[in-house]
Design a protein around this ligand. Structure first.
Ligand SMILES: NC(=O)c1ccc[n+]([C@@H]2O[C@H](COP(=O)([O-])OP(=O)(O)OC[C@H]3O[C@@H](n4cnc5c(N)ncnc54)[C@H](OP(=O)(O)O)[C@@H]3O)[C@@H](O)[C@H]2O)c1
Length: 340
């Protein structure tokens, strides 16, 4: 039995991690922490957990966390994770970090987009980007995972088959992305309160969203040349779910069946990525509450214009579900354990 802890257990992704991990036969939750004056039973914080778990959520204490855990999930805000990661590494605790702190491999890019200098350059290289569909073997060999961002997960999975097949023109890719409000975490900010979001729909951070460099980094890696997408995020008036409409020009003439085949073949062995049948576009309700990424295609051969729809649950395939998928791979469990 692997002893597992969650730091940031009171947040949205922390809550999802608890729900998944209490159903995992190979691990035991031994430590939950956040910022608290006094340790509090987790079923007081989340009453739906009553009768399911008997553990307190404590104020985070490094020594206690390291003593209680073989592996820790860091469900912490970015710039906070990098404060604690070096200490966990020193104590030989395996880490799955849900924040952005170990995703970008270039320090100056991190500073430019997160507005703070990276504090743990020494350990950055140790982290594997935790997208199982691209890096399963590396994840299996690693003790340290940088869990991908929610928007990047849907975008990368939606674009990679067209890029690696050589069909896509890598220039001019446009990602029109929409996210449910839980994507912003449990914060109280005017733009995220109910009357501002409900019955509304708005774009934000066009061209300046911090997930742009992560998407570009990963797409550039697979295409072995610089990719620079246009990324336009929007806020949907729903709690959870990400819907991305991705516009890709093809540089090679192809028919719709060939394009569909490229996607089907790429994900043939991937349980958590489902390519919709021809003519159907996936919807949020197909994936919310699951660890699936569903992908649908619309292709106009006359204009060589491919439109990809990629949908996920931001809190599952976009965060905690993918984190558990990564843990399963790292620890040799069946990849689907606790995720169905
Ligand atoms: N939400 C998503 O859809 C999503 C998707 C992918 C990745 N992520 C990333 O995952 C991370 C967590 O996101 P979230 O949405 O769960 O955020 P959240 O709801 O704001 O929760 C953050 C948690 O971190 C805790 N925390 C903050 N500073 C701390 C400190 N110094 N020591 C101990 N605990 C501390 C908070 O404690 P208190 O409860 O005591 O305040 C809270 O429990 C973020 O980096 C986010 O970018 C989120």
């Amino acid at each position: 039995m692997i002893k597992v802890g969650i730091v940031g257990a009171r947040g949205y992704t922390g809550e999802e991690l608890i729900k998944l991990l209490i159903n995992h036969p190979g691990v035991r939750l031994t430590y939950l922490a956040a910022t608290l004056q006094k340790a509090t039973p987790i079923d007081e914080i989340f009453p739906h957990l009553k009768g399911l778990i008997d553990l307190k959520c404590e104020n985070f204490d490094m020594a206690r966390a390291a003593q209680k855990c073989d592996l820790v999930f860091l469900a912490l805000p970015h710039t906070v994770s990098m404060e604690v990661v070096p200490k966990f590494i020193k104590k030989n605790v395996r880490i799955i970090d849900l924040s952005a702190d170990y995703r970008l491999k270039n320090f100056s890019t991190y500073k430019e987009w997160y507005h703070k200098a990276h504090k743990d350059k020494a350990n950055l290289k140790k982290f594997v980007y935790g997208l199982p569909e691209l890096y399963r073997e590396k994840i299996a060999r690693s003790d340290f995972i940088a869990n991908p961002g929610c928007y990047p997960t849907a975008a990368i999975l939606g674009i990679v088959p067209a890029l690696v097949s050589g069909l896509a023109d890598k220039d001019g890719i446009i990602i029109d992305a929409k996210s449910g409000v839980s994507g912003a975490g449990k914060k109280v900010e005017l733009g995220y309160i109910y009357p501002e979001v409900n019955e509304n729909f708005k774009g934000y951070k066009f061209n300046v969203h911090q997930h742009s460099p992560e998407i570009n980094q990963e797409l550039s890696k697979v295409s072995v040349s610089k990719v620079n997408v246009t990324f336009c995020p929007h806020l949907l008036p729903v709690n959870r779910g990400i819907y991305e409409t991705i516009y890709i020009k093809l540089k090679k003439a192809a028919d719709a069946e060939t394009v569909m085949d490229v996607y089907r073949k790429f994900y043939k062995l991937e349980f958590f990525v489902r390519v919709s049948r021809s003519g159907r576009l996936p919807e949020l309700k197909d994936v919310v509450g699951t660890n699936f990424c569903d992908i649908g295609l619309s292709y106009d051969a006359a204009r060589s214009q491919l439109i990809v729809v990629s949908v996920i649950d931001n809190l599952l395939k976009g965060a905690s579900g993918q984190a558990v998928q990564n843990m399963n791979i790292m620890c040799g469990f069946d990849e689907k354990t606790a995720l169905l």
